[in-house]
Design a protein around this ligand. Structure first.
Ligand SMILES: Nc1nc2c(ncn2[C@@H]2O[C@H](COP(=O)(O)OP(=O)(O)O)[C@@H](O)[C@H]2O)c(=O)[nH]1
Ligand SMILES: [Mg+2]
Ligand SMILES: [Zn+2]
Length: 293
C-alpha cells in the first residue's frame, strides 16, 4: 500500500500527498475503532483506485500532535512577530516561545516588516536579535521586499514540517506568498478588498515550500498556558536550563529562592532582565490559574 502525508482535511475528506499527486480520501480502518482520527501532518497508508476515491487504512505513530491548530508531526515552529504594525511586542514573543518550548518543538523567529522602521528602531531590533540568538533561537529580520531575508527563511523551511505562529496581521501569509508566489494564500489586503473581514486563514493546510511543508494556521488560537505545570515553566527558558544546576535548590523556580543561579545571571547581565521579568509574569499567571477539576 502507498504511504503518503495528509496535507489538508476538509469536509470529511483527507487530502493525501503521494509522489507529487494529491489523493482525496475518506477515513476507514482500524484507527476508527481506536477512536483516533487522522490529522493534517499524519503519515498514512492509503488505497486509491482513482485520485478522488481513496481510503485511509492506517495512521503511522505520531512524533507529536496538537489540538489547536489540529496538526501532527511538526518539526519546528516559525514565530512571526512584526517590527511595526502591530508594534514589536517582546512579551508576546516570549509567550509564543514558551508555548512552543512546552510542546518540545524547535522555534525560529522572524521579525517582519523591518522596512517600516527608521534606523534607530532598526538597531533596537538588532539588539533583540542578538539577545535571542544568544539564548539559542535563530532570528531573521525580514521584509517582503528584502530578497535576502526571504531566502534565509526559505532555507530554514527546507525539508521540514513547520507551523507558523504569530498574531494576526504580522505578515505570515504575505511572507509565504513572497517565498513561493504559486501559493497565493489570502492575505489581509486581499480579504479586505473582497470584504471578507480579517480572519482569512480558516482551515489547516500544509503547503510545499522548497522540499518542506508549511502550515499557515490561525496560529496558536489560545495564548494561555492551559495545562502547563508550574515546574515546567523554567524548562521553557533555555538560558535558565543552562545554569539551573548551580541553583542551591533542586527544582528552584528562580523566584524567591536564595542562591539562585538565574537571578545571579540576571544581575551579572548574562541573562536578559526583560526575559526574566516576563518569566516572573508567566509564573504568576500560572500560580493564579484557577484549579480545574
Ligand atoms: N511594509 C510591509 N508590510 C507588510 C510586510 N509583510 C506583510 N505586510 C502587510 O501586513 C498586512 C498583513 O499581512 P498578512 O500577510 O495578511 O498577515 P497575517 O495575518 O499574519 O497572515 C498586509 O497589509 C501586508 O501587505 C512587510 O514585510 N513589510
Ligand atoms: Mg494570514
Ligand atoms: Zn534558581
Amino acid at each position: 500500500m502507498p504511504v503518503g502525508k495528509i496535507i489538508k482535511a476538509l469536509s470529511g475528506f483527507y487530502y493525501v500527498l503521494y509522489e507529487g499527486h494529491i489523493y482525496q480520501c475518506r477515513g476507514r480502518g482500524n484507527f476508527r475503532k481506536k477512536k483516533v482520527s487522522p490529522l493534517v501532518g499524519d503519515t498514512v497508508e492509503f488505497k486509491a483506485e482513482k485520485q478522488d476515491e481513496g481510503y485511509i487504512l492506517s495512521i503511522d505513530k505520531r512524533k507529536n500532535e496538537f489540538v489547536r491548530p489540529p496538526i501532527a508531526n511538526v518539526d519546528q515552529a516559525l514565530i512571526v512577530t512584526s517590527a511595526a504594525n502591530p508594534e514589536f511586542n517582546a512579551l508576546l514573543l516570549d509567550r509564543f516561545l514558551v508555548l512552543v518550548e512546552a510542546k518540545r518543538i524547535e522555534p525560529f523567529v522572524v521579525i517582519s516588516k523591518m522596512d517600516q522602521l527608521d534606523e534607530g528602531r532598526a538597531n533596537d531590533m538588532k539588539v533583540y536579535q542578538q539577545m535571542y540568538e544568544s539564548v539559542g533561537y535563530p532570528v531573521i529580520l525580514s521584509a517582503v521586499n528584502d530578497a535576502e531575508s526571504m531566502e534565509q527563511i526559505r532555507a530554514h523551511l527546507a525539508g521540514r514540517t513547520t507551523v507558523i505562529a504569530g498574531q494576526s496581521g504580522v505578515g505570515k501569509s504575505s511572507l509565504l506568498n513572497t517565498i513561493d508566489p504559486r501559493l497565493s494564500i489570502d492575505t489581509d489586503e486581499i480579504s479586505k478588498s473582497l470584504g471578507r473581514g480579517k480572519h482569512t486563514t480558516r482551515h489547516v493546510e500544509l503547503y510545499e515550500i522548497s522540499g518542506g511543508l508549511v502550515a499557515d494556521t490561525p496560529g496558536f488560537s489560545s495564548l494561555e498556558f492551559g495545562d502547563l505545570q508550574l515546574e515546567q515553566l523554567p524548562e521553557c527558558f533555555p538560558e535558565f536550563v543552562q545554569v539551573q544546576d548551580d541553583c542551591k535548590f533542586r527544582g528552584c523556580l528562580h523566584n524567591k529562592e536564595p542562591k539562585c543561579a538565574v537571578k545571579h545571571g540576571v544581575e551579572e547581565g548574562d541573562i536578559s532582565k526583560q526575559r526574566y521579568e516576563h518569566y516572573l509574569q508567566f509564573l504568576e499567571e500560572i500560580q493564579n490559574r484557577k484549579p480545574r477539576y
